[in-house]
Design a protein around this ligand. Structure first.
Ligand SMILES: [Zn+2]
Length: 67
């Protein structure tokens, strides 16, 4: 099992295998395993952290996503 983060929306996903690199949320092919700082957002409206990373919906996000 590997977890990948999307460089576009910063969501973190479990992907079954390498190669399936399409983000289920924004549909871009920008997933990377070069990320760190997992954060779970429950209430984006009232979270400073969510605002900082640009999270608009509840979910799991990466704080730092590499290029
Ligand atoms: Zn995405």
């Amino acid at each position: 099992m590997s977890e990948m983060a999307c460089r576009t929306c910063k969501r973190v996903f479990r992907v079954p295998r390498r190669g399936s690199d399409v983000c289920p949320v924004c549909k871009t092919r920008t997933l990377t395993d070069n990320w760190n700082g997992l954060v779970v957002i429950f209430n984006p409206e009232s979270s400073i952290l969510a605002e900082k990373i640009g999270a608009k919906e509840p979910g799991r996000y990466a704080i730092n996503v590499g290029r």
